[in-house]
Design a protein around this ligand. Structure first.
Ligand SMILES: Nc1nc2c(c(=O)[nH]1)N[C@H]1C(S)=C(S)[C@@H](COP(=O)(O)OP(=O)(O)OC[C@H]3O[C@@H](n4cnc5c(=O)[nH]c(N)nc54)[C@H](O)[C@@H]3O)O[C@H]1N2
Ligand SMILES: Nc1nc2c(c(=O)[nH]1)N[C@H]1C(S)=C(S)[C@@H](COP(=O)(O)OP(=O)(O)OC[C@H]3O[C@@H](n4cnc5c(=O)[nH]c(N)nc54)[C@H](O)[C@@H]3O)O[C@H]1N2
Ligand code: SF4
Ligand SMILES: [Mo]
Length: 741
């Protein structure tokens, strides 16, 4: 087991990466008697240059809370109470049930649903266990709700996933667009850098394209209030104007791209007025936008969930990349399409192959050569890795609901708040035969619905590796001892695998896991073969590709204009406009969009415990344009009933004149533990994109009215499929609740 002991028994300081957003701030934490007393930004860290936001700074308030999960727990029935048990009992019980389900229904009846908050070590061993040992591709993560469209967008346009630019490009850009991202709240330290750039050179353009006038838009030189879902026609209209203005880089297009003729034909054949109308932006403003982009020498675009969380998210990514290719604004300092990563290690999840269709090293389960390479590396027989496509996040829950999937192991995510259409998610979990939840806290909305709980050592209590938005691979060191019997995620997974009887999980440390993983990236686009644990310990971080131990790492991709496609050329991909899956009508006349606030992280299991942050944002609300509020007979602070075809919420009204008319906004942070009928995802739709399979969190149809006094009764979620086997009570009866392994 790795060492998490303290230096002199009283104080310990360590460097690690912030466990919240994908900026990847390097933090210096000081502790006394196993309590963190202070956290600050590390001055020479490339991601944050000493910066830190309120979430990072309040980390000491959220680690040692009374609801920390410190023991494994099990229960025999969903209505019964959990009982603490030893690791041995918990693992024997969990493995017994998992194995029984696999024996009866086959390997595709079990699944792992993880997160971009697992470190790369955990991701690697999950793949080795599920894809490389059990023989199912059913591993996916909340990155499916987040980055899947960006992954598919980069891969289809550029040949491989991976953001080409790095944060330092902010200092070389003369035009920065922020497209469908609220950086000021969601990536605040990176946005501080954008603001510093504008301050140093006020001629730098900052264009924000968002249907809401956000805190980010407040700093813009131009705010373009695109219609929700109107990005593709807007991008196509800009492309058409760049062609008309001859603002294109002919040499770049000729030397480094393919498909220009089709793209040209597509843009010139499409009806320009229809594009303008569908974008929701006045033509004069689109002309202004195209002119500003066209005259910039270095154009950098940051984008995030405003593009990805859509059933056409991949197409939005393609349409944006088309514009960067057309203008030659990629593969040079200060330029490129930069997908901001949400979570601290969503990038690592992609590199390690946690998504259903992936294998380690940017490989794919549908490629026989890739499967063969990984099987050989793992010393597994040919055919171990299944050819059956794995279930993606939403598909997993639908399969639980229908009874096709029987068991789910959930780690580092809280789907009972964060998944779309929560009534469906609740039915799915109720119907599951086995739910394992691996979390740092209990209860959460998800752990409440589980059968078995695995307690984890969280940030500051373990060593691990993560990759930030700019491909920077960083090491985090432990500062605290984990509470009780809590273990790092990778250790729980390897213990589970060993209990199942699989070989190749005998790791002594996180470093050993990392060093086994990285040779699998050799020669791949995300080559980290040179980023050994020994080197990381010394230098703290390196940017991939970094193929050898003497390689300094790579600041930006595609500098030589050679892309990861078979012919080395990037692809223009013409993409027409598509309506969102659910559009407004007379019954549900408003559009609901959902997202984040500066003070909170996702489902509040951590930031909801910081008095400072809770004071800043104490509760859920619905933001409404003043004219829409008046039209619905609502005033500020009044309780409104907000309903979609799937559910109903009761939320106080906040007025915001910066919203587009017809659009309402609800932050998705507050789940059932924070009040009834406040969770945004009771309303959202579980429709997913065809290729990326990402859900449409940014668009569904709702209606708004003053709330009646009576609260609607909660629905009952009952198990509908047959429970095939009784739970084996003998496994759980025998142990004392005090001992730990
Ligand atoms: N404070 C805080 N920071 C976070 C997080 C957090 O929970 N809290 N979570 C992290 C994670 S996992 C992620 S993924 C990122 C997300 O970071 P962001 O994507 O920046 O955050 P969101 O609030 O989800 O949405 C961004 C913006 O998209 C806009 N938008 C909605 N629909 C459209 C559209 O059709 N077109 C365009 N152009 N824009 C649209 C919304 O109005 C919103 O302002 O944040 C990360 N950082
Ligand atoms: N309506 C709407 N819904 C959304 C979104 C939206 O914009 N709108 N955004 C989506 C996106 S982009 C994302 S990324 C998701 C995020 O949604 P979730 O992933 O569900 O959110 P978190 O609250 O971050 O959940 C992380 C869980 O892991 C636990 N945890 C903390 N540290 C550790 C650890 O080290 N190990 C383990 N095993 N557990 C740990 C936390 O206590 C918490 O329960 O939400 C998605 N849902
Ligand atoms: S900007 Fe992101 S990574 Fe940096 S301290 Fe804030 S939450 Fe953490
Ligand atoms: Mo995310």
């Amino acid at each position: 087991m790795m060492s998490t002991g303290m230096n002199d028994g009283q104080t310990r300081d360590a460097e690690s990466i912030c466990p919240y957003c994908g900026v990847g701030c390097r933090l210096w934490a000081e502790s006394v008697y196993n309590q963190i007393i202070r956290v600050k930004g590390v001055a020479d860290a490339p991601a944050n240059l000493g910066g830190i936001c309120a979430k990072g700074a309040t980390l000491p308030q959220v680690i040692n809370t009374p609801d920390r999960l410190t023991q494994p727990q099990i229960r025999v029935s969903r209505t019964g109470d959990f009982r603490p048990v030893t690791w041995k009992v918990a693992l024997d019980h969990a493995v017994g049930r998992f194995q029984a389900i696999i024996d009866e229904h086959g390997p595709d009846s079990v699944a792992f649903y993880g997160s971009g908050q697992l470190d790369s070590e955990a991701v690697y061993v999950v793949g080795k266990l599920f894809k490389g040992s059990i023989g199912t591709n059913n591993t996916d993560s909340n990155s499916r709700l987040c980055m899947a469209a960006a992954v598919a967008g980069y891969r289809s346009s550029l040949g491989a996933d991976g953001p080409p630019p790095c944060y330092a490009d902010i200092d070389y850009a003369d035009c920065i667009t922020v497209w469908g991202s609220n950086m000021a709240e969601a990536h605040p330290v990176t946005f501080d850098r954008v603001k510093a750039r504008r301050k140093a050179d006020p001629t730098v353009e900052l264009i924000v394209i968002d249907p809401r006038r956000t805190l980010t838009a407040d700093h813009a030189t131009l705010h373009v209030p695109v219609a929700p879902g109107g990005d593709i026609p807007l991008m196509n209209a800009v492309g058409r104007l760049l062609l008309e203005n001859d603002s294109i880089d002919h040499r770049y297009v000729a030397s480094h791209t393919a498909g220009f003729d089709e793209y040209f034909h597509f843009l010139t054949q499409e009806n320009f007025d229809a594009m303008v109308a569908a974008s929701g932006v006045p033509e004069s403003m689109i002309r202004d936008l195209a002119a500003r982009i066209g005259r910039s020498k270095t154009w950098l675009t940051f984008y995030c969930m405003g593009l990805n969380q859509s059933t056409v998210g991949m197409w939005k990514n393609n349409s944006l990349i088309n514009l960067h290719l057309l203008t030659g604004q990629i593969g040079k300092p200060g330029a490129g399409p930069f997908s901001l990563t949400g979570q601290p290690n969503a990038m690592g999840g992609r590199e390690g192959g946690l998504l259903a269709h992936q294998l380690p090293g940017y490989r794919f389960t549908d490629d026989p050569k890739h499967r063969g390479e990984v099987e050989a590396y793992w010393n597994r027989s040919e055919g171990t890795i299944s050819t059956i496509p794995g279930l993606t996040a939403v598909e997993m829950f639908r399969a639980l609901e229908s009874g096709r999937l029987k068991a789910i192991w959930i780690a580092a995510t809280n789907p009972a708040v964060s998944m779309p259409d929560l009534h469906m998610i609740r039915r799915a979990l109720a119907n599951a035969e086995l739910v394992i939840a691996q979390d740092a806290y209990h209860p959460t909305e998800t752990t409440r619905l589980a059968d078995i709980l695995f307690p984890v050592a969280q940030w500051s209590e373990k060593q691990g590796t993560s990759t930030s938005s700019e491909r920077l691979v960083s090491r985090s060191d432990p500062i605290l001892n984990p509470p009780g019997a809590a273990l790092p995620d990778w250790q729980i997974i390897t213990k589970f695998a060993q209990t199942m009887g699989y070989e190749g999980f005998d790791f002594k440390s996180a470093e050993e896991v990392w060093d086994e993983f990285i040779p699998l990236t050799k020669g791949r686009p995300c080559d980290m073969a040179g980023i050994t644990s020994e080197r990381l310990k010394a230098v703290r971080h390196l940017r991939w590709p970094c193929p050898t131990v003497d390689h300094p790492g790579t600041e930006r991709l595609y500098i030589d204009g050679k892309f990861a496609t078979p012919d080395g050329r990037a692809r223009f991909l013409p993409r027409p406009h598509r309506e969102p899956r659910e559009t407004v009508d007379h019954e549900f006349p408003l559009v609901l969009t959902t997202g984040r606030l500066y003070a909170h992280w996702h489902t509040l299991t951590r930031t909801g415990k910081s008095p400072k942050l809770v004071q800043r944002e104490p509760g859920a609300f619905v933001e409404v344009h003043p004219d829409d509020a008046a039209a619905h007979g609502l005033v500020a602070g009044q309780l409104a009933e907000l309903a979609s075809r799937r559910g109903t919420l009761r939320l106080p009204v906040r007025l915001n004149p910066g919203l587009s008319r017809g659009l309402v906004f609800v932050p998705f942070h507050w789940g059932d533990q924070h009040g009834e009928q406040t969770a945004a995802n009771y309303l959202t739709i579980s429709a997913i994109g065809r290729i990326a399979k990402q859900p449409e969190f940014k668009y569904c149809a709702v209606r708004l009215a003053p709330a009646p006094d009576a609260v609607k009764p909660e629905p009952v979620y009952a198990r509908t499929t047959r429970r095939d086997k009784p739970i084996r009570p003998n496994v759980v009866e025998t142990r004392s609740s005090k001992t730990t392994s």
